[in-house]
Design a binder for this molecule. Structure first.
Ligand code: ADP
Length: 464
């Protein structure tokens, strides 16, 4: 079975898929039926000593077998079966009814009680087909049976007696023939009408249920969208309203620290400086929330443009260097000359690099180093941010890019657990992947974060 065909089968509606499955089942069932007829004839001849006209019966069975072989071959291709399911259903039912009628004619006609098998075929058609087609099949069954019985009664067709089965020539008794025909036609018609109605109702109920489920799912999705919109709105609002007074408070303390409100004693300075650090951490936390709330992959995808990484790296370095210097962590960058431009959103790439380098500084002890390396590859630029820091315990690595995930550490390091998930979302919106190796050098601690950006297929020199 090929993949394309599988996809096609999956695309078919449930009722169609059901029809195709049943058609295959009926092909298998027909093999059993042929074997069953052969066994019955053998039993009739050997156990009950009933004489059967073997040659024409076997010829009819051979015809049915050949047709079934053709159905089997046809149904092997999913695509073909999906295209011609209904036609194959008609062909199978017509073959069965015709085969049954011929076999009945060859084995006693109306005297053979196996004419009840017509019910079976109408039953199959109720499962397979719609109401109108079921009535057509019922008519065909009644028509074939009546044609055979009447033809034998009238002598247009020879009656082939099952010698040793019945003594009386029932097929010539008008009352019997009429009674069987009327009973047969009315029962079969009633069965087909009642069962078809039931089946139609069942199908409708199933469809209604499926539609109700789809509606329910749509409502849930709408509710989720609404919740998501509210969450984004609330986060953005809360973060903005929290940020402004914080920034103002930091400014006021800084003004006092700068001596604009008079001399500041060393003890006061120490506590005020600590307050500024804490308030800045809080501001950073709020910024992280704000960034996360504004991350919309579709929007980022629209922002992509040919972008040079060099000015972004320079800007990031200017922002991060004071922090690194305070912590006595060295930051290095390695960018090859004339590095290809990438397809990116400058402000998002700026945020991404800040997050990675900031983490590098945060989790690297004094005296360590953080390195940003850009490498030219075939159709992308690879960026590594490595550090000589504490590293990430192996059990935490699979979760490191999840929202709000933080590694439990003994010392308190501020953060909301959003820096790396924001980084991952930004890289994914750029069509890439980000991963971490920790440790990345043999026998030495440290982490290396790697991602790549697709080239904008324009070289540095081509841009002003
Ligand atoms: P935050 O830094 O705000 O806690 P992140 O999403 O940026 O959140 O990082 C999640 C966790 O991953 C951090 O709590 C930290 O323990 C770990 N981590 C991230 N970067 C590094 C790194 N360079 N070295 C060691 N641990 C890191």
């Amino acid at each position: 079975m090929n993949t394309a065909a599988n996809v096609r089968i999956q695309e078919t509606r449930p009722e169609e898929a059901e029809l195709l499955r049943r058609l295959r089942q009926f092909v298998a069932l027909r093999w059993v039926a042929v074997a069953g007829v052969l066994a019955s004839i053998a039993a009739a001849q050997t156990i009950f000593a009933i004489q059967v006209a073997l040659a024409p019966v076997l010829a009819t069975l051979a015809g049915v077998t050949a047709c079934n072989l053709a159905f089997w071959l046809w149904a092997r291709s999913d695509q073909r079966l999906a295209r011609t399911g209904q036609t194959l259903a008609y062909a199978q039912i017509a073959t069965d009814l015709l085969g049954l009628t011929v076999l009945l004619h060859l084995t006693g006609g109306i005297e053979n009680p196996f004419f009840l098998f017509y019910f079976l075929h109408v039953g199959f058609s109720i499962i397979l087909l719609g109401a109108r087609d079921v009535y057509l099949v019922t008519l065909l069954a009644i028509g074939l049976f009546a044609a055979m019985v009447i033809s034998e009664f009238a002598g247009w067709l020879p009656h082939i007696q099952l010698v040793g089965f019945l003594s009386d020539e029932l097929y010539r008794q008008p009352a019997y023939v009429v009674a069987v025909l009327v009973a047969f036609a009315t029962t079969l018609s009633l069965v087909s009408v009642v069962a078809t109605r039931m089946m139609t109702e069942l199908r409708k109920r199933r469809e209604d249920q499926a539609q109700a489920k789809v509606k329910e799912l749509e409502q849930v999705r709408e509710q989720l969208d609404e919740l998501d919109r509210m969450r984004t709105f609330f986060l953005a609002l809360a973060s903005h309203d929290l940020k402004t007074p914080l920034a103002v408070a930091i400014n006021y303390i800084q003004t006092v620290l700068d001596g604009f409100a008079g001399e500041v004693e060393p003890k006061q300075r120490k506590w005020m400086e600590r307050s500024v650090v804490r308030l800045q951490e809080l501001l950073q936390l709020i910024n992280d929330f704000l960034d996360a709330s504004q991350l919309d992959e579709a929007r980022i995808a629209q922002e992509l443009e040919p972008t040079s990484l060099e000015p972004i790296v320079q800007q990031v370095m200017a922002e991060i260097s004071p922090r690194a210097r305070d912590k006595e962590v060295t930051i290095q960058t390695t960018i090859p000359p004339s590095l290809s431009w990438v397809l990116g959103s400058p402000k998002r790439l700026h945020r991404l690099l800040i997050n990675l380098l900031d983490n590098g500084c945060k989790f690297t002890p004094r005296g360590g180093s953080v390195t940003l390396t850009c490498t030219e590859e075939d159709d992308c630029v690879r960026i590594d941010v490595s550090d000589t820091g504490t590293g990430i315990p192996a059990s935490y690595v699979p979760h490191i890019f999840e929202d709000y995930f933080r590694v439990r550490r003994q010392e308190f390091i501020p953060g909301a657990g959003l820096g790396l998930s924001t980084a991952r979302r930004i890289v994914e919106a750029h069509g890439g992947k980000i991963w971490v190796e920790s440790p990345y050098r043999p026998d030495q601690p440290g982490s290396r974060f790697t991602f790549s950006l697709q080239k904008a297929s324009v070289k540095n020199d081509d841009h002003p």
